[in-house]
Design a protein around this ligand. Structure first.
Ligand SMILES: [Fe+2]
Length: 287
């Protein structure tokens, strides 16, 4: 029985009041969906935000990325690091809203939301390279932000986590998001989609966030939603930083019809993502 004690409108309102990423993220994602974009277009999108450009230059000149010579422009950074790596850095910095030490309710501590989101992003990026079905930067971004709704829903979940778990246990075979919906009135995927829509990100990313736990309902965004969904499963197998809901993760059985990853490739992807996420975390610590 759904609880009436949670006011969904109030939850959504509070979620939209959380800090949003700089506009550069929405502009970058819209550019990434344009097949004929040039390197100059990419430079323009980033450089339009002077403060953000300064921050990116600080990052690429930090100990973690430093090359033989000092990088003085976004164009130089792309020439030295490559477009894909620079876009990853930009998206990571722009998504720093996820970087909270802990998220109540979900049992995410020690920057767990950020670290697990990074793993989903790296896995989605790698899967997109493999399938060639969509731009890897878009997959990376959708993966990084798919669980952003947890930031806002966590405080409410903390009040009702026993009820959510009881509902889950009373409904065998159900998903964690169904339990969230039943008890809290909405789930973190829906709430995240409303936040991401508010940030001005493309519709495809909004829908992929909304349906990342039930990708077959994502309509035109189902390819992206399946990439994020499978990436989420890969991240959960890396282990270590998953929240309470990870215990109930269930993979949509139709994923393999859209995404061609053999069993061995799945396992090697888990190892690759473990290695890549550890390397990025080391870079961020060193930076
Ligand atoms: Fe999720």
């Amino acid at each position: 029985m759904a609880s009436q004690r949670f006011d969904v409108d109030q939850i959504v309102k509070q979620a939209k009041q959380l800090p949003s990423p700089p506009l550069v993220l929405a502009r970058l994602m819209s550019l990434m969906n344009q097949p004929n974009r040039s390197r100059a277009d990419l430079v323009r999108v980033i450089e339009v935000d002077a403060a953000f450009t300064a921050e990116i230059l600080r990052v690429v000149n930090s100990a973690a990325y430093r090359r033989a010579r000092r990088i003085r422009s976004v164009g130089d950074a792309i020439a030295l690091l490559g477009e894909a790596e620079l876009v990853r850095i930009v998206v990571r910095r722009a998504s720093a809203v996820l970087s909270l030490p802990e998220v109540p309710g979900y049992g995410l501590e020690d920057f767990g939301l950020w670290r697990n989101s990074l793993r989903i992003a790296l896995a989605a990026d790698a899967i997109a390279w493999q399938t060639g079905a969509l731009p890897s930067a878009v997959a990376y971004t959708a993966g990084l932000i798919c669980d952003v709704g947890k930031l806002a829903l966590g405080a409410y979940l903390a009040e009702a986590v026993d009820e959510v778990m009881d509902w889950q246990l009373a409904n065998p075979g159900s998903q964690w998001v169904e339990a969230e919906r039943a008890v809290l009135g909405l789930d973190h995927a829906e709430l995240g989609a409303l936040m991401v829509e508010d940030w001005g990100l493309p519709e495809e990313i909004v829908e992929a966030v909304r349906y990342h736990h039930r990708p077959r309902h994502a309509g035109d965004a189902s390819m992206l939603a399946y990439h994020v969904h499978v990436a989420d499963a890969v991240a959960s197998m890396v282990g270590g930083v998953q929240g309470i809901d990870g215990l109930w993760y269930s993979l949509d059985p139709y994923w393999s019809e859209l995404i061609d990853l053999g069993a061995n490739q799945f396992d090697s992807l888990v190892d690759d993502v473990r290695g890549m996420s550890e390397a990025v975390e080391q870079q961020l610590k060193a930076g």
